[in-house]
Ligand binder design. Structure first.
Ligand SMILES: [Zn+2]
Length: 197
C-alpha cells in the first residue's frame, strides 16, 4: 500500500481553504461531494474574471469587485443554485461611448434538474436547467460549472445596448426622430378605423 489515506489529506485541504478568506471563486462545484449536504460560497469577484463578460467591459473605467453569495441546496428533492450579486459593471454607453455603470444587484435562482420528469416539481416561473446539458466536462466526478452559470446570468442581466438613463448626448445630434412622434398610440388609429366599418 503506497497511497496516503485519502480522508486525511482532504481534511487538511479543507482546513486550509477555510483559513484563506480570499479564495477565488471556484470554477466548479463537485456535485458528488456537495449535492446532498449543500454548499455555500461567499466572496468578491472581479468582472474581468469572467471571460465572456470581459469583452463587453469598458476599459475607460476601473471595474469594482462584485459581491457574490451563493448557495447550492436541495428543496423538494430538486437541486437549486441560488445566488445574490451586489455590485455593478462598467460597460460602454452606445449613445455617447462613455462608460456607463450597469447594476447587477439581484437575487438569482436556478433549479438544476436531473431529468425532464422533474420539471413538474418546479413552479412555472422558476428558471431551470437540465444537469445533463450543463455538465459537459468529462471527469470522474460530476462538476457543476458554477462560474459559467453565474456568468450566464450576468450576461442575461446586462442590456444588449447599454445606455445612460440620462445620457448627455442629445438625440438631435444623431438626427433621431423626436420621441413625441413615436409615442402616438397605434391603436387610436385602429379604433377610429373600426368605427367607420
Ligand atoms: Zn451616454
Amino acid at each position: 500500500m503506497s497511497s496516503t489515506p485519502e480522508s486525511k489529506s482532504s481534511a487538511l485541504q479543507s482546513d486550509h481553504n477555510k483559513a484563506s478568506v480570499t479564495t477565488s471563486m471556484p470554477e466548479h462545484i463537485s456535485l458528488d461531494k456537495w449535492a446532498d449536504t449543500g454548499y455555500e460560497w461567499s466572496g468578491e469577484v472581479s468582472p474581468n474574471e469572467f471571460n465572456r463578460l470581459a469583452g463587453s467591459l469598458s476599459t475607460e473605467h476601473e471595474q469594482s469587485k462584485t459581491k457574490l453569495d451563493a448557495n447550492l441546496y436541495r428543496r423538494n428533492n430538486v437541486l437549486h443554485l441560488a445566488f445574490t450579486l451586489t455590485g455593478e459593471v462598467w460597460l460602454t454607453c452606445q449613445r455617447c461611448l462613455q462608460p456607463v455603470a450597469i447594476d447587477l444587484s439581484d437575487d438569482y435562482n436556478i433549479s438544476l434538474l436531473e431529468n425532464e420528469t422533474q420539471v413538474r416539481l418546479v413552479n412555472e416561473e422558476q428558471d431551470y436547467l437540465l444537469l445533463d446539458e450543463i455538465i459537459t466536462e468529462q471527469s470522474p466526478e460530476r462538476l457543476l460549472p458554477f462560474k459559467k452559470l453565474v456568468e450566464d446570468e450576468i450576461l442575461l442581466k446586462i442590456p444588449m445596448a447599454p445606455k445612460h438613463v440620462d445620457c448627455e448626448m442629445t438625440v438631435e445630434q444623431f438626427g433621431e426622430i423626436p420621441e413625441e412622434e413615436e409615442s402616438e398610440n397605434p391603436f387610436a388609429a385602429l379604433a377610429s378605423l373600426k368605427g367607420k366599418l
